[in-house]
Write a protein that binds this ligand. Structure first.
Ligand SMILES: O[C@@H]1[C@@H](O)[C@H](O[C@@H]2CO[C@@H](O[C@@H]3CO[C@@H](O)[C@H](O)[C@H]3O)[C@H](O)[C@H]2O)OC[C@H]1O
Length: 421
């Protein structure tokens, strides 16, 4: 019966659509069809002069979001005190604007890629707070209205969940976290503010530490919108869907969103065929984990090609972590793993093509259990709550219509979000 309806649907749409037109599909299209804000990738400066790289990056069917891998870090933006260099970050912001891609901005306060003057100038509590706030204020203000998310603090934790030694923690104490978030919120009240870390994709001491940070920031009355789970994973040791799901739920139950911010899944090189098969499964599981919770807003891979991946330089003998190889050729098996994680999703409104192949009796990819998650019934947006632009307030997305509660009006907040006010 289902197969029969599917055949009828294909016949009806092709009759209405007329001449052959391309059906939009890709990693980002699937993500959006499933109610997510984006599927995206990091972009590094080396790729920006590579036209083949830029062509793939600019295909918004695959990439609806980009993150600068290095261009907005402290050692690029403020290498000397109070001397700001926004050029490299502007280049990435311009790519995003040109391609209509959501821009995640990364990272304001981090112990690494931090110019030495910050840690070695003998700043005391008051002066380091001033230095940190100045960096955040100048940087967030510069890209105000362009960044959809900011990673405000990156990697403040040790593996046991205690605070990592850093100039910020050592001098200011844990208050550096709420102070940083407050400065970012003051500079751009509309951008979503994230805490970002690795090895918090599974429950444990470090994930609990990140949850403690969420509670800490909120206890100061300061806003934190989300937690970024970096997800630098290893083939065959990646979280199961159930682990992803329960861990993401533990974060969202604190009233924050989750984003998978730096996904790559490395293996020993050269990758064996069994490793590639497992990698496709690991990617699919990561997608299904995000899919399981409506507050997991999107997934970013940490660059899309092995050509510019950071992995081999940091983990000698390992790599092959991404869905495009070092010749910029798509690894179809890995790419399909990500697509299968999203399931078929709901087709976009893009006019359909006359199918090139005779429709089969049964859909070729059966929806996974997570892709068939029952859409929630008519969610309503409470006053002040933001909803992604394509869902709008009163618009429809995969999760159904989103409407403002009575007495509030749907207002466009910025290029990415609407709000009921
Ligand atoms: O020589 C440096 C080079 O080492 C530097 O490499 C970058 C290091 O950071 C990488 O991103 C981080 C990876 O994981 C998480 O820990 C962080 O949140 C990310 O920021 C980035 O991909 C590498 O390119 O790049 C600049 C060179 O001058």
């Amino acid at each position: 019966m289902i197969a029969h309806s599917f055949t009828l649907l294909l016949a009806a749409t092709s009759a209405l659509a007329g001449p052959l037109q391309r059906r939009a599909d890709g990693l980002n299209t699937r993500a959006k069809n499933n109610g997510k804000l984006y599927f995206g990738t990091a972009v590094d400066s080396s790729g920006q002069s590579d036209s083949n790289y830029m062509n793939i990056l600019s295909n918004s069917d695959d990439f609806g979001q980009i993150t600068p891998a290095n261009a907005m870090k402290w050692d690029t933006v403020e290498r000397s005190r109070n001397s700001f260099n926004f050029g490299p970050g502007d280049a990435v912001a311009n790519i995003a604007a040109r391609n209509g891609q959501f821009l995640r901005c990364h990272a304001l306060v981090w112990h690494s890629q931090l110019p030495s003057w910050v840690g070695s100038s003998g700043f005391n509590n008051a002066t380091l707070i001033q230095v940190m706030k100045n960096h955040i204020t100048q940087t967030v203000t510069h890209w105000k209205g362009k960044c959809g998310h900011w990673d405000v603090v990156n990697e403040a934790l040790n593996e046991d969940g205690s605070y990592r030694s850093s100039p910020f923690y050592n001098v200011i104490g844990e208050a550096f976290l709420p102070i940083a978030f407050a400065a970012a919120a003051a500079a751009d009240p509309d951008v979503k503010l994230y805490y970002n870390d690795y090895n918090i994709e599974t429950p444990g001491a470090k994930a609990s530490g990140a949850q403690r940070i969420v509670r800490l920031i909120k206890s100061y009355g300061v806003k934190i919108d989300g937690v970024g789970q970096q997800a630098h994973l290893i083939v065959g040791q990646s979280p199961s869907v159930a682990t992803w799901t329960s861990n993401i739920n533990a974060f969202t139950s604190l009233g924050v969103d989750v984003a998978i911010t730096e996904l790559d899944i490395r293996t020993k090189t050269p990758a064996s065929s069994s490793a590639v098969a497992q990698q496709a499964i690991d990617y699919a599981n990561s997608v299904k984990g995000c899919l399981s919770n409506t507050r997991c807003v999107g997934i970013t891979i940490w660059d899309f090609t092995d050509k510019y991946s950071w992995i081999p330089s940091v983990f000698p003998g390992e790599g092959s972590a991404l869905p495009w190889d070092s010749n910029l050729q798509k690894k179809q098996q890995v790419y399909n793993g990500i697509l299968s994680g999203w399931g078929s999703g709901t087709p976009t409104a893009t006019p359909t093509a006359t199918p090139t192949a005779t429709p089969t009796e049964t859909p070729t990819s059966s929806p996974t259990s997570s892709s068939t998650t029952t859409p929630t019934a008519t969610p309503t947006s409470s006053p002040g709550e933001t909803v992604p632009k394509w869902q709008q307030c009163g618009g429809t997305g995969y999760e159904g219509p989103t409407q403002c509660v009575s007495g509030t009006t749907c207002t466009m907040l910025n290029q990415w979000y609407y709000q009921c006010l």
